[in-house]
Design a protein around this ligand. Structure first.
Ligand SMILES: C[S@@+](CC[C@H](N)C(=O)[O-])C[C@H]1O[C@@H](n2cnc3c(N)ncnc32)[C@H](O)[C@@H]1O
Length: 282
């Protein structure tokens, strides 16, 4: 099939429904019909890669036992991965206060654990760590670690590589860039910056579906789950809040994105302590 024929591929209503149902079941993503054109254009690339000539065949593949790999590609194609460094900066100011309270514990050999849940390409986790290092450089030698997780294997691989093209470096001042990044390469005329060894040592990135099992053994001091649940319906969100509550320390905090809320937080064991900031109720 030639390229023109591929651009003519139409996502019919039944295929849209099958894809939307699967995305919801597998990842919690709620696909609305208004987004069908965007979804069609993203998935045409998958059909092209597979040499398929219609969406019905694509649905047969993703619905089959052999469709596991393609289901991962599908979720990856459907996720929205936009992020940037120091996004919603008020949370990073709060983070510096959290660290201030935790420093005596850390200095006494204690731990501090942070989870960037739905971390996309890692900018959120890196921003959190830079904030902490700027506030107290000694944390580089204390037991502080950040975990970044995402359902999309592509962004997890990107975050692990830690190499950011110039266009993704917005929000990072020249001084911070010089301190925490090294000049990697120039790709297609654009400079690239790699996170330095210290950043890589203190952050781990893993694939994790928020709807699946969470293998983490120890509770977190802070969870950032920002601009993720906006793609979930109320039922999926409501199922997540108690799970976050369970893996947060009793004096921990949960940060959500600017347009996300826990409605009736007390019902889920949370108190809203600041803008999109939640603390477990005693
Ligand atoms: C818009 S990005 C937000 C990135 C970052 N937290 C921020 O605020 O800049 C949303 C991320 O959530 C991830 N995501 C969506 N559904 C998920 C799920 N069920 N489990 C884990 N991550 C998910 C997407 O892959 C995407 O990278």
């Amino acid at each position: 099939m030639n390229a023109k024929a591929h651009t003519n591929l139409q996502l019919d209503a039944a295929s849209f429904r099958a894809i939307a149902d699967l995305a919801y079941r597998e990842s919690g993503l709620t696909l609305v019909e208004e987004k069908a054109t965007m979804i069609q254009s993203r998935l045409r690339q998958r059909l092209r890669a597979l040499g398929l000539s219609n969406f019905q065949d694509y649905c047969t593949l993703i619905g089959s036992d052999d469709g596991h790999t393609e289901r991962r590609h599908l979720i990856s194609a459907l996720t929205t991965n936009v992020s940037h460094f120091f996004r919603e900066s008020h949370h990073f100011e709060t983070l510096a206060t959290v660290l201030e309270n935790r420093l005596p514990h850390l200095r006494a050999g204690g731990t501090m654990r942070i989870w960037s849940a739905g971390c996309s390409n890692g900018q959120e986790a890196v921003s959190a760590l830079i904030t902490l290092l700027e506030h107290a450089p000694e944390v580089a030698n204390l037991d502080l670690r950040i975990l970044g997780t995402d359902i999309d294997p592509k962004v997890v691989a990107f975050a692990r590589a830690g190499v950011y093209p110039d266009r993704l470096m917005g929000g990072v001042s020249d001084a911070l860039r010089a301190k925490y990044f090294t000049n990697a390469n120039t790709a297609d005329g654009e400079a690239e910056y790699a996170t330095n060894e210290m950043i890589r040592r203190m952050i781990r990135f893993n694939e994790l579906n928020l709807l699946g099992q969470w293998p983490m053994a120890r509770p977190f001091d802070l969870i950032l789950c920002r601009n993720v649940v906006i793609y979930f319906d109320a039922q999926t969100q409501a199922a997540l809040w108690p799970r976050f509550r369970k893996v947060l320390k009793s004096d921990g905090l949960l940060f959500l994105g600017h347009s996300e809320r826990i409605s009736d937080p007390a019902r889920f064991g949370f108190d809203c302590t600041g803008p999109t900031t939640y603390a477990p109720l005693a």
